[in-house]
Unconditional design. Structure first.
Length: 93
């Protein structure tokens, strides 16, 4: 079950930047490798007193933005794909 809710916990500290990979990373959404030289989104923040970081490939950032366009909220990190599918099912026929 994914976490797709507009009542998501908001961070008390949040920083978002785009970086160019100088080493390989794993995307927090699709689990694919972010290869050296690729651009990715780096997010650092504090949620419920817990510091966390997330690295997301450009394609998955696009999915997260699409979910926001369809629903009005951003999915929790790691749940963009699942929330995208849920959002598609909620669209009128």
């Amino acid at each position: 079950m994914c976490y797709c809710d507009d009542d998501a916990i908001q961070p008390t500290l949040y920083r978002e930047v785009w970086r160019k990979a100088i080493k390989e990373h794993k995307c927090c959404e699709c689990q694919d490798v972010i290869k050296i030289g690729e651009r990715y989104q780096y997010v650092a923040g504090v949620w419920e007193g817990q510091f966390s970081t997330f690295k997301t490939c450009a394609s998955c950032v696009d999915v997260r933005l699409e979910v926001n366009d369809m629903t009005g909220y951003f999915p929790a990190f790691g749940d963009a794909g699942c929330c995208y599918i849920e959002a598609l099912h909620e669209l009128p026929n």
